[in-house]
Design a protein around this ligand. Structure first.
Ligand code: PLP
Length: 409
């Protein structure tokens, strides 16, 4: 008899997107002539920009010639990409890091999922609620939680993000070892200001805690008081790991490239109290379990940092930012209260008259033929909220907005 990792059995089925798909399919079957617009997806709709495509072609040609062919590359990424990231995202913002503190990977999802391996199973974890589900589920798999009861896992410290706190979590009242912060946030669209983030960095320094900072939506920040990196906050290099991705920044959701910053100043301790650099541990982990991102993809990611690449990705991001404004205006016209959409591609609306998230889903589908995501799918505090995304095409976003603007719920 082979015993399984029973922690996996603690996970409730991930019904959210399959339930949505089933409901949409059933509706479509009953109303075959109606066109449904999807504002539920967290995937981009614009293609890769020309600078990226050109780099992909060029690198593919190199791979086809004996003189320029590449086999296995460095697990932590080629120097050309790490240097480009370092210069553009850190040194140019007056953040002093080094290239060997940057680890290129195939996605922020895998990195935020895997990083918890470096910590003891007894570490206490805090999470925002509502939350991107990967942080929680991977800690459940690792055995860092109790069972799932009444919508919550035992052993996890949930940090409610509500209208009252502007969807920015309050500091935990109890001892926590690891905290996942996502800013700009999926699903609420809220982004932490410099002073809000400073509170967290100071708290982590004071309590010897580690912040796992997911900044996958950094490219959508518009407000000057919202930092682009946690390392803009003094002292953060001693307490924080930062996760970034090319997925939403440059349309790489299907191309796969991301990176994680693990400063050498960030230390954790063994049972004897001896300090160890997380940077060296993550290098050990990656070189053992990961064989790097394809050369052609890293060349494509490098092209994002050229002046041409930057201009092109900015114009794509602006398309999504305009979509967000179009959605926000439509919600306002329909008398709905909405949040986010300013520093993030997500709009978090409050369901009217206290109806629950799934009832709102059904009404939006039947009245406007628009699909979104029920907030409760992201955590208990998401009940009574609903997520719309700005990632669809401008045409379909406008069409959905026109339908929504005239609704009464
Ligand atoms: N982090 C957050 C908050 C996300 O919303 C997503 C994707 O939706 C990711 C990470 C995953 O990014 P990647 O495509 O780089 O794996």
């Amino acid at each position: 008899m082979i015993l399984l990792n029973e922690n996996y059995l603690k996970l409730p089925g991930s019904y959210l997107f399959s339930t949505i798909a089933k409901k949409v399919a059933a509706y479509q079957q009953e109303h075959p002539n109606e066109d449904i617009i999807r504002l539920g997806i967290g995937d981009v709709s614009r293609p890769l920009v020309p600078a990226v495509v050109e780099a992909l072609h060029k690198a593919s040609d190199e791979m086809g010639r004996a003189e320029t062919f590449r086999g296995y590359g460095p697990e932590q990424g080629y120097a050309f990409l790490r240097e480009a990231i370092l210069k553009h995202d850190y040194l140019d913002r007056n953040i002093a890091l080094e290239a060997d503190e940057i680890f290129v990977s195939d996605g922020a999802k895998s990195d935020v999922a895997n990083f918890q391996e470096l910590f003891d199973v007894s570490c206490k974890v805090a999470l925002q609620d509502p939350v991107y589900p990967v942080y929680l589920d991977t800690n459940v798999m690792a055995g860092r939680t109790g069972n799932f009861e009444n919508g919550r896992f035992g052993g996890i410290v949930y940090l409610p993000c509500t209208e009252e706190n502007g969807f920015i979590p309050d500091l935990p009242r109890e001892r926590v070892d690891l905290v996942y912060l996502c800013s700009p946030n999926n699903p609420t669209g809220a982004a932490m200001t410099r002073s809000e983030l400073k509170k967290w960095v100071d708290w982590a320094a004071q309590h010897n805690s580690v912040i796992l900072y997911d900044s996958a939506y950094e490219a959508f920040i518009t407000q000057p008081d919202v930092p682009h990196s946690i390392y803009e906050i003094p002292g953060a290099q001693k307490v924080a790991v930062e996760f970034r991705s090319f997925s939403k920044t440059a349309g790489f959701t299907g191309t796969r490239c991301a990176y994680t910053v693990v400063p050498k100043a960030l230390q954790v301790y063994d049972r004897a109290g001896k300090p160890h650099a997380l940077n060296a541990l993550w290098l050990r982990r990656q070189t053992t379990k990961f064989n790097g991102v394809p050369y052609i993809v890293q060349r494509a990611a490098q092209a994002v940092f050229t002046p041409m690449g930057q201009a092109q990705i900015r114009s794509v991001i602006e398309v999504y930012q305009k979509n967000a404004q179009v959605i926000l205006q439509a919600l306002q016209a329909a008398g709905l209260q909405a949040f986010g959409g300013v520093n993030a591609p997500y709009i978090w609306l409050k369901t009217p008259n206290g109806i629950d998230s799934w009832t709102f889903f059904d009404r939006l589908l039947s009245k406007a033929r628009v699909v979104g995501t029920p907030g409760v799918g992201f955590g208990a505090c998401g009940e009574g909220y609903f997520r719309l995304t700005a990632f669809n095409t401008p045409e379909l976003t406008q069409a959905a907005a026109s339908r929504i603007a005239h609704l009464t719920f």
